[in-house]
Design a protein around this ligand. Structure first.
Ligand code: 4AD
Ligand code: MG
Length: 429
């Protein structure tokens, strides 16, 4: 039976066997220090030449970076060790002496690391980020599952668009044209009419020619959709969900946050309620800050960053111009030139992490929008049916997982938030 390093505290004074890889090695001639990782953690193994057999000493000598091995030893508590424990090594079984490892323990350029992403994910920092990503997913599902939402999986291959046709990934579906999903929302609306409160969690594809630190071609989105919930109720769920996620990471990922050097003070402030400002107020704010900005334009990254600077937690920007938002958003009945929707902008310059809105529930208005947006009516017949057979007020949103991970981890770029990023110039590895 192998012991995992994460469970090592339960084995103090006992002999254990670990399976792992050599991360690093130091030697003083009489003592060798082996940094061993097993995926669940890191531990230092200590070999004293006078206390092990010459064979074991020689095996330790042969180990190169990332060599794989089984190691046997006695667990010792040591408050000076980073993990709090060390292993007094008694035996080593080499599985493979690794070839010269490309990612030596020094600085490398980002493109080089990206080309070796399959190996880069072994580094302590990348491991920590992937673990935080998994905890974020866990926290999202935990919140939604406990608040009456049912997980529903929309299709990945679709016959039509949700967010506009410019960023669709085209493919053939036998003799028909098909597209990789941009958003499962329209299907989630159907699911909400069946199950009340639903959410999806899956990959999303956008053929966006954007090469920014916030854009991926393939990213993961969580899309809740709720019957009988309006624009206000929608924002309330979002601020509760996001706060729950941040608090969960603070409670469960302290060591990982430390490994990546995240300042947690800004995260500790993330609690409901989040501030809300209208698009109009945001435009005023930008003008006061010296930006040239016309009502009706969409915000870019510098605008979002400036707006976020005024607040110590995520901020909702509400009531965007109807013109610049998707066809399905419900116009404000008092002011139809703006919509009952909001983007949630993360603090510290991370930009939009959520887009959401109340949906059009009136069949006639939806008909009109299909025409205005030049959408092929037949492809959306089923979506129209949702307004014919018991239409109700409903709302939903999409939370971008990678942007959320980038913000919570404090990363410069979304490329480190996903195991194998798909970007404008990268489909390898
Ligand atoms: O604002 P978006 O485009 O909204 C929708 O797709 C809606 N149909 C969602 C819904 O209401 N069910 O995308 C939602 C979020 C953005 O706020 C952002 O966090 C993320 O998805 N996102 C991206 N993340 C990484 N790379 C990209 N290219 C992204 N595009 C959007
Ligand atoms: Mg958006």
């Amino acid at each position: 039976m192998l012991t995992m390093i994460r469970d090592i505290a339960a084995h103090v004074g006992k002999e254990v066997k670990l399976g792992g890889w050599l991360y690093n090695k130091r030697s003083s001639g009489k003592i060798q220090f082996l940094q061993i990782r097993d995926g669940s953690g890191f531990i230092q193994g200590v070999l004293v030449k006078s206390q092990v057999s010459p064979e074991v000493w020689e095996k330790a000598n042969q180990l190169t970076q990332e060599s794989s091995l089984y190691v046997r030893g006695t667990v010792r508590q040591d408050d000076r060790a980073p993990s709090g424990y060390e292993l007094d090594v008694t035996d080593i079984e080499i599985i493979q002496v690794a070839d010269e490892y490309p990612i030596a323990l020094k600085e490398h350029g980002v493109e080089f690391l990206m080309d070796h992403r399959h190996l880069w994910i072994r580094s302590p920092r990348q491991q920590a980020i992937l673990r935080i990503r998994a905890e974020i997913i866990h926290a999202i599902q935990d919140y939604l599952n406990h608040n009456g939402f049912t997980l529903v999986d929309p299709p990945v291959l679709t016959p039509s668009s949700c967010e506009g046709t410019t960023t669709l990934f085209h493919t053939k579906y036998f003799d028909e044209d098909a597209y990789l999903t941009q958003s499962g929302q329209l299907y989630m609306e159907a699911a909400a009419m069946a199950l009340g409160r639903v959410y999806s969690f899956g990959p999303t594809f956008r053929a966006e020619k954007s090469k920014t630190r916030r854009h991926l071609i393939e990213f993961w989105m969580i899309e809740p959709e709720m019957a009988f919930v309006d624009h206000e109720g929608n924002m309330k769920i979002q601020e509760e969900l996001v706060s729950h996620v941040v608090q969960h990471v603070l409670n469960h990922c302290r060591r990982e946050l430390e490994t990546i050097g995240r300042d947690i003070a800004p995260l500790e402030k993330v609690k409901p309620p989040f501030p809300r400002i209208t698009y109009d107020e945001a435009v005023e704010l930008l003008k006061k800050e010296g930006f040239e900005f016309e009502w009706g334009e969409d915000f870019g990254a510098p605008h979002e960053t400036k707006i976020a600077e005024s607040f110590d937690r995520p901020v909702f920007i509400t009531h965007y111009p109807t013109e610049i938002k998707a066809f399905y958003m419900k116009p404000d009945p008092n002011r139809p030139e703006v919509v009952l929707g909001a983007d949630l902008i993360a603090p510290e310059g991370y930009g939009e992490i959520i887009g959401g809105s109340q949906r059009i529930d009136d069949p006639q208005l939806l008909e009109q929008r299909f025409q205005e947006h030049n959408l092929p009516r037949e492809a959306y017949q089923w979506y129209m049916d949702l307004r014919k057979y018991g239409t109700v007020p409903h709302s939903g949103f999409g939370l971008g997982l990678e942007r959320t991970v980038a913000w919570i981890c404090g990363l410069d770029h979304v490329r480190e938030t996903i195991p194998f990023p798909r970007m404008l110039n990268r489909l390898y590895p």
